[in-house]
Design a protein around this ligand. Structure first.
Ligand code: GTP
Length: 209
């Protein structure tokens, strides 16, 4: 993914990472933004944001990445932010089955605040570097199939599939944008043809004796 400087005609996308505490949300963001990894990360308090400028498919993108705290006491706070987002990255820890079971809860919570037709969502199984994972690929794929999501297995530690997570969510958001723009163009074209029809009717009335 190419990085760019600030620009006026860039598209701003807001993306949030959600999931249980300790699944590696902050680590994925730090790996993506700074290309570093710390084995003893500090739990996020509340919400943190980072911005990265990216060029993807000839589009200049300002990616605002929101990092949420997975701890229960901060859940209401992260829930309140989801309605402002263009993209949501749901994260579980492949070495922790409980964090995968929680994904259902996180996903159901989103239903209250998010219009799924307008917001891109992907599922990420992090810590794929750990041997003998507790969450098998098939179960995660089944969940994705049920809900029409894409699945990526990543590791912030070994830098596996980290940039792919952000490329995927950007591609989904760009596609959704295209659809919205197409709808806008179509409704404008409809309005124009309605106006033309009315003008033609008026003209015909005038010409009529
Ligand atoms: P909260 O802020 O509490 O919600 O946690 P978080 O989801 O942001 O997790 P964080 O990034 O702080 O990572 C938690 C722990 O998992 C840290 O000790 C990280 O070093 C470790 N970790 C993160 N990603 C990976 C990974 O891909 N592989 C391995 N082995 N450990 C990881």
């Amino acid at each position: 993914m190419e990085q760019i400087n600030e620009d006026k005609d860039r598209i701003l996308y807001k993306v949030i990472l959600i999931g249980d505490s300790f699944v590696g949300k902050t680590s994925l963001i730090i790996r993506f933004c700074n290309d570093t990894f710390e084995l003893n990360g500090i739990a996020t308090v509340g919400i943190d944001t980072k911005t990265k400028f990216i060029k993807r498919k000839d589009k200049k993108i300002e990616l605002q990445i929101w990092d949420t705290a997975g701890q229960e006491r901060f859940r209401a706070l992260s829930k309140n932010c989801t309605n402002q987002m263009d993209g949501i990255i749901l994260v579980y820890d492949m070495s922790n089955i409980a964090s995968f079971k929680s994904i259902k809860m996180w996903y159901n919570n989103l239903k209250e605040t998010v219009d799924f037709k307008k917001v891109g969502i992907i599922l990420v199984g992090n810590k794929c570097d750990i041997e003998n994972p507790q969450v098998d690929h098939k179960s995660a794929q089944e969940f994705c199939f049920q809900h029409g999501l894409s699945l990526l297995e990543s590791s912030a530690k070994s830098n596996t599939n980290v940039s792919e997570i952000f490329s995927s969510i950007i591609d989904i958001m760009l596609k959704l944008n295209d659809k919205t723009n197409l709808k806008r163009v179509n409704s404008k074209l409809e309005q124009i043809s309605q106006v033309k029809e009315e003008q033609l009717k008026k003209k015909n009335k005038k010409n009529c004796c």
